[in-house]
Write a protein that binds this ligand. Structure first.
Ligand SMILES: NC(=O)c1ccc[n+]([C@@H]2O[C@H](COP(=O)([O-])OP(=O)(O)OC[C@H]3O[C@@H](n4cnc5c(N)ncnc54)[C@H](O)[C@@H]3O)[C@@H](O)[C@H]2O)c1
Length: 322
């Protein structure tokens, strides 16, 4: 399988690249390195099945720079993955989350790439009244600019499937965590604690409780669902949406305590605010119905708490001194 991957220098891109290469695929990654880093790609540099090009996927016709190559799959992972940033700078989600999707779809159409996978998010569900939230939820009311960029992306993917014969798999991830974080609560807490080891100021009351998934479990779910379909009707074959996370959830308070512990900060004071959310656009609780992806035979190795604990320890070690 020949794979073109956008956002390949990020957390999920790194793990998906490793899994694909291990299974005999050739992987061509593009990334503008706005959040991801070359250090995330260093492990692949001597692999002849791997190539990397620094490119901005939000720019029209970016794919002309790699014209003449053939791919079986376009994995579109590039986005502004920092949700709170979109609140203060909505143009970031316009260009990095929405424009990149449109331009990736145009690339798939013009390069005749038959299959497209997209990293969407539980953010498309907003503060959903039904939990665990199933894929078929009619309540798609994002509260973050990022979630809006993902939902708009999903709508265009659906239409490209109908209009241009593309096959598309959309994955609505919970919070994906692992060693090579580029953003998010663990990344943020470790950075803050390294600056000030005496106290940690948490955004919100700390009772925000969300579902977390280890990045290796996340990419194994993607890979498995490419092979095995839970059902087989014609339209379902062309267009699939999967929630992808664990069934459990972890609170911000647990993450704060474990982050202090990982850095061996026994006397650090953790301060909380009164608000149930950390910023406008934050969702206090997420829980996804993952029964559909489980019907493909997928099972996560780690539950939400174990994934968070592992990510805190691995990221603290990975980011030490950087
Ligand atoms: N990590 C999570 O918790 C989570 C949850 C839900 C959805 N997602 C989605 O999964 C995907 C991967 O997430 P991640 O955690 O690996 O994020 P990440 O930030 O580590 O990776 C995203 C990559 O996209 C790149 N990028 C951004 N704008 C670009 C552009 N214009 N052109 C080329 N590259 C660009 C960044 O440099 C980065 O390397 C993203 O689409 C994200 O929105 C992630």
């Amino acid at each position: 399988m020949r794979v073109l991957m956008t956002g390949g220098a990020g957390l999920v891109g790194n793990a998906l690249t490793r899994l694909l290469l291990k299974n005999g695929a050739r992987v061509f990654c593009v990334d503008n390195l706005s959040l991801g880093t070359r250090r995330h790609l260093a492990e692949f540099q001597n692999n002849s099945d791997f190539e990397f090009e620094e490119l901005d996927v939000s720019v029209s016709s970016w794919h002309k720079k790699i014209q003449g190559r053939n791919f079986d799959l376009l994995a579109h992972l590039a986005a502004n993955s920092d949700i709170s940033l979109g609140n203060s700078r909505p143009e970031m989600d316009k260009s990095r989350t929405w424009d990149t999707t449109f331009e990736a779809l145009m690339a798939a159409r013009e390069m005749k790439i038959p299959k497209f996978i997209f990293s969407s998010s539980s953010a498309v569900y907003g503060a959903n009244p039904v939990m665990p939230t199933p894929e078929a939820s009619p309540n798609l009311h994002p509260v973050s600019i990022y979630g809006a960029g993902k939902l708009a992306s999903e709508a265009f993917i659906s239409a490209f499937v109908e209009n241009y014969g593309l096959n598309a798999w959309i994955f609505r991830f919970g919070n994906v965590v692992g060693e090579k974080l580029t953003h998010g609560v663990i990344y943020d807490f470790i950075a803050r604690l390294r600056k000030n080891s005496n106290e940690l100021n948490v955004l919100g009351n700390g009772f925000q409780t969300k579902t977390y998934i280890d990045v290796e479990d996340c990419v194994s779910g993607i890979y498995l669902s490419l092979e095995k379909s839970p059902d087989g009707s014609r339209h379902q074959e062309k267009f699939q949406i999967f929630n992808l996370s664990t069934e459990g959830a972890t609170s911000v308070r647990q993450i704060a305590e474990e982050s202090c512990r990982a850095l061996n900060l026994k006397t650090c004071k953790v301060n909380y605010q009164n608000s149930p959310i950390g910023w406008v656009g934050d969702v206090p609780k997420t829980s996804l119905d993952v029964s559909k992806i489980k019907r493909c035979g997928w099972r996560p190795r780690l539950d939400s708490n174990a994934a968070v604990l592992k990510a805190i320890q691995d990221y603290a070690a990975w980011s030490k001194g950087s």
